[in-house]
Write a new protein. Structure first.
Lengths: 384, 342
């Protein structure tokens, strides 16, 4: 298969690290720590495919997306788009690449300028890249509006005159204007009604089939990700814990965090919902300023052992055995099912009852001083 | 079905079509503001007063020609009584009376309006351009640029206005240019501070990130994406700065640091009049009245614009409109009921 050799890879994220400095002090501000938003993440996004990125709030999904889009500089590592490393390009050198990577944002209310007409918003890409002017731009804008299911006559209206779903269509039209290769969808449907979500998801799928788009699709709704993604990567505290082709991940999750996440997703069928056992994780997500040593999930993991607090597990195919040589497939987003866990879950294992077995010495998180928790809240603001 | 009803139905349809064609074009914030402002009688009266004042100022030479009284000419024969005091309103063709040297007060007050309005509007416009640019740059770029510009703004706001004015007028000699430079220098900082604050919060919005991801440069983002969102506060503060500038000018002229005699200005007329208020009340009252009416009108209009820019006012107006429409419809129904179908 071509993907096996890495030929069809559009984006290659190599060991990307993004730290945000945490500043304190009134008059003279100084850095007191760093938020480890994204910590050594590698990914591949294949041409014409969708990579889903899931994880709870604060796991670094959006930060990673902005690094890939070139909106924020990375602290370390590389983002290689179509053979070009974009992480070190200047703003002007980045300009032609902006046409290739576009974003769809989470909040359809704040991602459209309320004071500008829809025609001007969708026409912005043409104006900025000096592609079309006057009547030609208007024609192109109206074509785009029609393509995403908006009434082209409404190009003179303001965003406030549209519903949430229609606004998200405007966002899609804007992202589509320059015919990009990659569209980064940062939770594009989480602010919408369920019935509208399906419409937008189907629109995105149709557009992918029509234009051969690749998506980096971020969501915390697992069913949504399953619906659109070919591959899924699960993030926890700035790291990728598990990655696999979508069906593989949903059928045979191996990382305890993935298992817990899946068990938390609501089931539509009441019988299934009643029969299912939820895995309730203990405690909160640890601070990204001071992430736990070893496996980042160990303070909350029902299967954690002493080694988990010491040794950080590597992302490996079929964990427990030696990896059989490096290849693109072992990178998250590839075809292999990779997991970073010392004691992966085996099918049929019941994690809900394993919780009691956790030794207290491991679950105990490092003592927090009041000053540190103040820093934490400041860091959370910075992240949001 | 009656012909009347059929005709009525068609007319309704046509009206609906027209309505929907119009609604395709979204209304801009200015259009919405104007619609709300129109329904506010106080703002409309204030606006009318301002327009009248502008017309009067423009027409000042015409008034001078009509009354045959030049602005700087004294008329000792007709404009002063036997003991050399000013004559009152209506005496010998002087509609508002004369001043201490027998000049026509009406003509001088209108010429004073030219100075006041010119200084008020022009220095405010320059202050807006300066304040918006500096505020946008400071707020959008942030970092060291922001620190320098914001501290400079604070320093300007902390300056004692009158002291600096007296010092500069002594050094350079009083002039119209100096007044306008002074007023502009002390007005832009307030606008810059408001704009900077707004820019700081607006630049975090997702649509700014969207513009950046499209490859828009900083100046495009500042002036095309951020500036339209600042229209409301800038318009309100701008309207309220005009009367402040007019009062500044009058204050300086009153102190003898502004417009110099014989050029009339409301400030230097008042200063002159302070020696004559016991014998000629009109000499004090009319320049003061013009100053008061003008600044009051601008202030009321500014308040009206602020209310009209507030989206919460919209609901009030919509309710009023609905009531009116309901009444009209009820009337139409009665008319139709009175004409039975054939």
């Amino acid at each position: 298969m071509a993907a096996e050799r890495g030929d069809d890879v559009l984006v290659r994220v190599e060991n990307v690290v993004k730290y945000f400095p945490v500043k304190a002090g009134g008059f003279i501000r100084h850095t007191v720590g760093h938020v480890h938003a994204v910590d050594d993440v590698s990914l591949v996004i294949e041409q014409g495919k969708t990579l889903g990125l899931v994880g709870e709030t604060g796991s670094g999904k959006s930060t990673l997306a902005r690094c890939v889009a070139g909106l924020i500089p990375v602290t370390k590592g590389k983002v290689i788009f179509n053979g070009t490393e974009i992480t070190k390009l200047s703003r002007s050198a980045m300009r032609p690449l902006r046409r290739e990577v576009q974003m769809i944002f989470q909040d359809p209310y704040s991602s459209l300028n309320p004071r500008r007409r829809v025609g001007a918003i969708i026409g912005d890409p043409f104006a900025i890249h000096k592609i079309a002017t006057g009547a030609e731009r208007k024609r192109k804008v109206q074509e785009l509006m029609e393509r995403v299911g908006l009434n082209p006559e409404h190009f003179n209206r303001f965003p406030a005159e549209f519903s949430g779903g229609q606004r998200q269509r405007i966002g899609v039209a804007r992202a589509l204007a320059l015919r990009p290769k990659l569209i980064i969808c940062d939770e594009p449907v989480s602010a919408l009604d369920v019935s509208i979500q399906a419409q937008i998801l189907n629109l995105l799928k149709d557009l992918q089939a029509e234009y051969g788009l690749s998506y980096l699709f971020i969501a915390h709704d697992l069913e949504v990700v399953r619906h659109v993604s070919n591959k899924v990567a699960v993030m926890y505290l700035g790291r990728v814990g598990e990655s696999a082709p979508a069906e593989d991940l949903y059928d045979k999750p191996r990382h305890p965090y993935t298992v817990a996440l899946l068990s938390a997703a609501p089931a539509a069928d009441p019988d299934t919902a009643a029969a299912r056992q939820r895995i309730i994780l203990v405690g909160d997500v640890p601070s990204p300023i001071d992430p736990p040593a070893g496996c980042r999930f160990h303070p909350r993991c029902p299967k954690a052992q002493e080694i988990c607090a010491r040794v950080e597990p590597a992302l490996v195919r079929d964990p427990g055995k030696e990896p059989e040589g490096e290849s693109a497939t072992d990178v998250p987003g590839g075809w292999a099912h990779v997991t970073a866990c010392h004691f992966p879950v085996v099918p049929g294992e019941n994690l809900a009852t394993a919780g009691a077995a956790v030794p207290a010495s491991i679950t105990a998180s490092p003592a927090k001083s009041p000053a540190k928790s103040a820093v934490n809240s400041a860091a959370k603001e910075e992240l949001s | 079905m009656s012909i009347l009803e059929e005709a009525g139905f068609d007319a309704q349809q046509a009206a609906d079509n027209l309505e929907s064609a119009r609604s395709v074009q979204g209304r801009t914030q200015l259009q919405l503001t104007w619609r709300r402002l129109r329904n506010d009688p106080v703002s409309m009266i204030a606006l009318a007063v301002i327009i009248l004042m502008v017309i009067a100022a423009i027409a000042a030479p015409a008034v001078a020609a009509l009354t045959h009284h030049a602005v700087d000419t004294a008329y000792p024969d007709t404009g002063e009584d036997a003991s050399g005091n000013p004559v009152g309103p209506g005496v010998a063709g002087f509609l508002l009376g004369t001043d201490s040297t027998g000049r026509d007060l009406l003509v001088r007050v209108l010429y004073g309006a030219r100075i006041s309005l010119f200084v008020g509007v022009v220095s405010t416009l320059i202050a807006i351009v300066l304040g918006v640019s500096i505020g946008l740059i400071a707020g959008y770029f942030g970092g060291i640029i922001d620190t320098i510009l914001a501290r400079f703004t604070d320093a300007v706001l902390a300056f004692p206005f009158i002291l600096l004015a007296i010092a500069l007028a002594t050094v350079f000699g009083p002039s119209l240019t100096l007044i306008m430079v002074l007023i502009t220098f002390f007005s832009w900082a307030g606008i810059a501070r408001i704009v900077r604050g707004q820019a700081l919060s607006l630049k975090e919005k997702e649509y700014i990130e969207a513009a950046r991801s499209l490859g828009a440069g900083p100046f495009r983002i500042m002036f095309i994406d951020i500036l339209p969102n600042l229209l409301a506060p800038v318009l309100v503060v701008g309207t309220l700065l005009i009367p402040a500038a007019i009062v500044f000018e009058s204050t300086l002229s009153f102190l003898g640091l502004g417009i110099q005699a014989p050029t009339p200005s409301w400030g230097n007329m008042l200063s002159d009049a302070s020696n004559f208020y016991q014998v000629a009340w009109w000499y004090v009252v009319f320049p003061a009245l013009f100053l008061l009416i003008t600044t009051l009108a601008f202030n009321l209009l500014g308040d009206g614009i602020r209310d009209a820019m507030d989206p919460r006012t919209e609901r009030l107006i919509a309710a009023r409109r609905l009531r009116r429409r309901g009444k009209r419809k009820a009337r139409a129904v009665t008319v139709q009921a009175q004409q039975p179908g054939k």
